[in-house]
Design a binder for this molecule. Sequence first.
Ligand SMILES: Nc1ncnc2c1ncn2[C@@H]1O[C@H](COP(=O)(O)OP(=O)(O)OP(=O)(O)O)[C@@H](O)[C@H]1O
Ligand SMILES: [Mg+2]
Length: 270
Amino acid sequence: MSEQLAPTKTPKPATAPFRIPGQDELPVFAPDWQLLEKSHVVGFNSRHVSSRPFSLLRSQLVKRMKAKDYGIVGVTSPAPGAGKSFLTANLAATLSRLPNHIIHVFDLDVRRASLAANFGLVGDVGLEQFLAGETDDLTKVGQHVDGTNLALYPCYPSQLETMPLLASERFAAFIASLRALPDDHIVLFDMPPVFANDDAMVVASQIDAYLMVIEQGRTSQKQVSDSMRLLDPVPCIGSVLNRYDGGVGDPYGYAYGTYSKYSDYYSKAD
Ligand SMILES: Nc1ncnc2c1ncn2[C@@H]1O[C@H](COP(=O)(O)OP(=O)(O)OP(=O)(O)O)[C@@H](O)[C@H]1O
Ligand SMILES: [Mg+2]
């Protein structure tokens, strides 16, 4: 245990579920497209050679979410660094191109928050401060990506201890507010890795389903099955094989470029 944590804050109990802002209530964020490219966030551009797998994944995800009436899906992996934030960002970007859908992305990997860095978001108030009860106003946290249906709720680096934030009544009330969103809203959580600590299990216990990111050459079959056992009974909506270099993508044109070694497949878990 080398990590130094700030003294625990007890989040204020929520008296009522929170208001999830409409996108027109949020500050507008104009992305720097070069920075997005550097962060490997290509999903906004349907013509980008590496965005095709995300479009395919989007179709399958939306189909499954609708079939099961799921509204909140988390992205996790057994160990850190498998590509959860990369996948969440690209999936969110590609989902935001769908007409008639509103996408909300929350960075719930409070310890390794990277949504802000990947998109180039800056702000004074992060999701961790909302979770800690320092504000109830999510318009101070979220930003609406200009010209899209996408709202991003980043965390900024903080020393807050995460468990009291996530295992709180306040967090449950926040989830209840998200569940009250209409059916055309999709909520994505960038989650912590399963093996790092209890955070992923605590978050997973509140969501409808999770996507499991598997890193080719690094994630073992045992890690995947152990993670799924730990997350049980939350359903796995699918698995994504990241950094795939088996060549299956080549004939479809997405095995080019520096970050195209990516493929996806869905598990039978349901
Ligand atoms: N398929 C890929 N091609 C190129 N770069 C990738 C790919 N997947 C992930 N990366 C890069 O690898 C790094 C780690 O990925 P990412 O941050 O998404 O992992 P993570 O699972 O979210 O990690 P953590 O557990 O620390 O949150 C990032 O710089 C990301 O852009
Ligand atoms: Mg991450």
